[in-house]
Ligand binder design. Structure first.
Ligand SMILES: C=CC1=C(C)c2cc3[nH]c(cc4nc(cc5[nH]c(cc1n2)c(C)c5CCC(=O)O)C(CCC(=O)O)=C4C)c(C)c3C=C
Ligand SMILES: [Fe+2]
Length: 431
């Protein structure tokens, strides 16, 4: 039984409100009778839409990491506005409860958006009413600044809990990071197949945080730029290339264990079963890119724009042959192509689970779109995974793609393991 099921007014669920209002047939049909939902008293025709279904919130690992990447993102970094340990604990408890309710497709609180006292502000902001759960996952991570202040002194009594792997990220050649949109005490990644659902999640968590934490920056993303399951079609980024072909997929169990989940002995016990998230907001000069000839674009990436296959030949999933040469003896995979410099063969075997999103944040005041990729990557150890790969890519002398990229924000977060139905995010930190 979940917290929400235990809450007194059972009529709060968005699903039941939908049925009662007589507008539920479509949404409930999208959810599917197989999921046990019905609109009102009558059975509804079932047109299953798997993108509308809920994703389990509780589990050994947090959802939203190896979960097949949804299509939309709202990411937010928060700073604590209170220095009290009790406030941090109560915030994490309140957030976990609300996140679990939202993942199940329910309003938050005991009375939700419309069933509370008319003279009180509603507990839930209400914009998700009438919408199915839409595969919502809400994933939390803790920044280094949650553990230690600028002087290196412990915060919130978390002495001895800072994982060694939660490093201070080194600078990389070409970085133009804006501190206002970098770092943060706590990050929340909300992913869903409906942007309104992702925004509703972040908005309600921000509202709950009032007096304890506030939003430092947030980023919307559309169009996943990675597949995290072999069941997914590889999507395209804003350079028009398939992105995610060689990503770690949930089905690669060995890679997931070796490269994604923190294992016993990797660091503090509270992180076992968790993962480290690197975020990088990367502006993409799409107007300049669009003036690059097709063969130039393909040489830069190292893959064909149409099929996604490597320039050494073969279909999308063919292995890359870095030794293949053309008739003139030139390498078919450019030595400075993105796929070569990012490939495990040239990075001591390192791999990442990439989970990024496209973004367009209006225009840049120069008559151009302000577009790019909000890069998200999960890993077991940033020092042996993201850092060496980014070192290999960074700088105009390295990855040919850098002429078209600017990294403007950076974050590193320790994402704790998942919770059971009675647990709360990061509870192992306070054991
Ligand atoms: C430090 C890690 C990486 C950053 C930052 C990064 C940025 C970035 N990538 C693309 C587009 C593509 N990347 C592709 C492959 C790829 N990229 C990384 C790492 C980073 N990318 C890795 C580890 C790989 C896989 C390499 C391999 O094993 O072959 C591809 C090819 C398709 C694919 O395999 O996913 C594209 C396309 C952009 C546009 C970008 C920054 C905006
Ligand atoms: Fe890449």
């Amino acid at each position: 039984m979940t917290d929400h099921d235990a809450a007194p007014p059972a009529g709060l669920s968005r699903r039941k409100l939908l049925g009662a209002a007589g507008v539920g047939a479509l949404a409930a049909g999208a959810l599917g009778a197989g999921a046990g939902y019905a609109a009102g008293d009558k059975p509804v025709p079932v047109v299953p839409d798997k993108d509308a279904l809920p994703i389990d919130f509780d589990g050994r690992h947090q959802a939203g990491i190896v979960t097949p990447a949804q299509d939309r993102l709202h990411f937010a970094a928060f700073d604590m506005t209170s220095e009290e340990r009790d406030d941090l604990v109560s915030l994490l408890k309140d957030w976990t409860k609300a996140a679990r309710q939202m993942a199940q497709g329910n309003d938050i609180g005991d009375f939700g958006a419309v069933a509370g006292a008319p003279y009180s502000p509603p507990e839930d902001t209400g914009e998700a009413q009438g919408l199915p759960p839409s595969g919502l996952t809400i994933t939390i991570g803790f920044g280094r600044s949650l553990f230690v202040d600028a002087k290196g002194d412990p915060r919130f009594g978390l002495d001895g809990q800072l994982p060694e792997r939660l490093i201070e990220m080194p600078g990389f050649s070409g970085d133009r990071l804006d501190p206002a949109i970098s770092g943060g005490d706590i990050a929340i990644q909300a992913c869903a197949n409906d942007p309104q659902i992702a925004v509703h999640a972040i908005r309600n968590l921000a509202r709950i945080a009032f007096g304890r934490a506030s939003v430092r920056y947030s980023q919307m993303g559309f169009g996943r730029t990675s597949s995290t399951s072999t069941a997914q079609v590889t999507p395209r980024n804003l350079f028009g290339f398939k992105d995610g072909t060689a990503n770690i997929k949930v089905e690669d169990e060995k890679d997931v264990e070796a490269f994604v989940w923190a294992q016993d002995g990797d660091g503090p016990a509270w992180m076992t079963g968790g993962s480290y998230l690197v975020s990088r907001k990367i502006d993409m000069r799409i107007e300049t890119w669009d003036r690059e000839p097709l063969n130039g674009q393909e040489a830069i990436i190292g893959r064909a724009k149409g099929s996604g296959g490597p320039m050494s030949g073969g279909d999308e999933f063919a292995p890359i042959d870095f030794d293949a040469k053309d008739d003139a003896g030139q390498p078919l995979i450019d030595l400075k192509s993105h796929v070569r410099l990012a490939h495990p063969d040239f990075n001591n075997g390192a791999k990442l689970l990439r989970r990024g999103y496209n973004f367009v944040d209006g225009s840049n005041g120069l008559g151009q779109l302000s577009a790019g990729l909000f890069f998200l990557a999960y890993q077991r150890d940033p020092t042996t995974q993201f850092v060496p790969i980014q070192r290999s890519l960074a700088g105009l002398q390295n990855d040919l793609m850098n002429e078209y990229l600017v990294h403007v924000s950076s974050g590193l977060f320790a994402c704790p393991p998942g919770v059971d139905a009675k647990g709360f995010w990061g509870e192992g930190l306070f054991a």
